[in-house]
Ligand binder design. Structure first.
Ligand code: FES
Ligand SMILES: [Fe+2]
Length: 373
């Protein structure tokens, strides 16, 4: 799992004035909005006795822990300890990590890392969001597999005829013509020719008079750390999926999807569009859940790659570089899942770096870069 990235943690319309828990990188966070509507992301772990702030209540822009009512402001500093006499000072250590958060493209994103603003990798662009030509649906599903396995699955064109032969793959035409990858430090994408079977159901009926091409161009791409785009050009219009693979723990992934279409843009077709996306996910699920090893190997030579795996190989190469740079989170740093633990480590937030004098003031230790396993 990679830190120092913007992670889309929740659909923006789900984050409001009720605290909401979000899990990512094996850590728990609380999301809420200030009275002015700004999204806030704090570590969910109260430093008093580990109460879950997301079960607490908002008081203005502050959040009160449900256990003993300590209140933290939106920067994570404790501003009230109800059991203390009012003249007693609040200890400097009474603070939780606050992560930069923004709303963009219909999602709430949090920067899970401590890089200063100008060094942070970009949030991927989603130009269809807010474009009146497109209609968006949301869907999500938990998959019992590592997020890099589910992430690579969406980038992977050659599994389509086999896993999705009854939905949008064509088992009679499994060959993937060579494609060229366009990439930069944070993304890679390619135009891939896929041979689709005729559409079924509502979409098939509504497009029955359209000519059917032999190939459709699918633009498939990844955006670090965990977003995959799948742009399918159907005879009836464009279907564009953005797939957020959120690592709940090492072996559990919450897949959130924003699905855009520029055909049948009425609300009446939403259910059908959502069902089609879910059907694809349900076809992938047992396959990725059964993959071994469960975790994506670190060494490129530990699995065999062929030409059509180019996008995944590009990901694994870039990831190897970032692991060298110390951006990996794993092993003991994972708080969720697995065995009960006696201590919690936290992804360091920017305040720890901005204010070294404060760095020693945290109760929960930040993880140290180093051992990638
Ligand atoms: S555990 Fe949060 S106030 Fe005590
Ligand atoms: Fe798939």
């Amino acid at each position: 799992m990679l830190k120092n990235f913007w992670y889309a943690l929740e659909f923006a319309d789900k984050v409001g004035r009720e605290p909401r828990r979000a899990t990512c990188l094996g850590q728990e966070f609380v999301l809420y909005r200030t009275e002015a509507g700004t999204p806030i992301c704090l570590s969910d772990l109260c430093v008093h006795r580990g109460g879950s702030l997301s079960m607490g209540t908002l008081n203005g822009d502050c959040i009160a822990c449900p256990y003993h009512g300590w209140q933290y402001d939106s920067d994570g500093a404790c501003v009230k300890i109800p059991a203390n006499a009012s003249e007693r000072k609040i200890p400097r250590k009474a603070r939780v990590d606050a992560y930069p958060a923004v709303e963009r493209h219909g999602m709430v994103w949090a920067f899970l890392g401590d890089l200063p603003e100008d060094e942070r990798p970009p949030i991927p662009d989603i130009p269809q969001w807010g474009d009146p030509a497109f209609r968006a649906v949301q869907t999500e599903m938990v998959i019992d597999a590592n997020y890099e396995r589910t992430f690579e699955n969406v980038v992977d064109a050659s599994h389509t005829p086999f896993v999705h032969g009854t939905a949008f793959g064509n088992p009679a035409k499994p060959e993937i013509p060579d494609f060229r990858i366009r990439s930069d430090d944070w993304s890679a994408e390619a135009d891939i020719q896929l041979s689709p079977p005729p559409p079924k159901g509502l979409w098939g009926w509504l497009s029955r008079n359209k000519p059917r091409p032999e190939y459709v161009t699918v633009t498939n791409g990844w955006y670090l750390p965990n977003v995959v785009k799948l742009h399918v050009r159907l005879p009836i219009g464009d279907l564009i999926l953005y797939d957020f693979n959120i690592p709940l723990s090492q072996d559990r992934t919450l897949v959130k999807i924003l699905g855009f279409r520029n055909f049948f843009t009425g609300a009446w077709a939403d259910r059908d569009a959502r069902k089609r996306i879910e059907k694809i996910l349900l076809q992938d699920r047992p396959v990725v859940e059964a993959q071994r090893p469960e975790l994506l190997p670190f060494d490129l030579s530990d699995e065999l790659h062929v030409r059509s795996d180019g996008l995944q190989v590009a990901y694994r190469r870039r990831r190897a570089q970032l692991i060298k740079d110390g951006w990996w989170v794993g092993g003991d740093d994972v708080v969720t899942g697995g065995a009960p633990q006696r201590s919690a480590t936290i992804i360091a937030s920017p305040a720890r770096r901005d204010n070294p004098e404060l760095a020693s003031a945290w109760v929960h230790k930040a993880r140290n870069p180093g051992d990638p396993r």
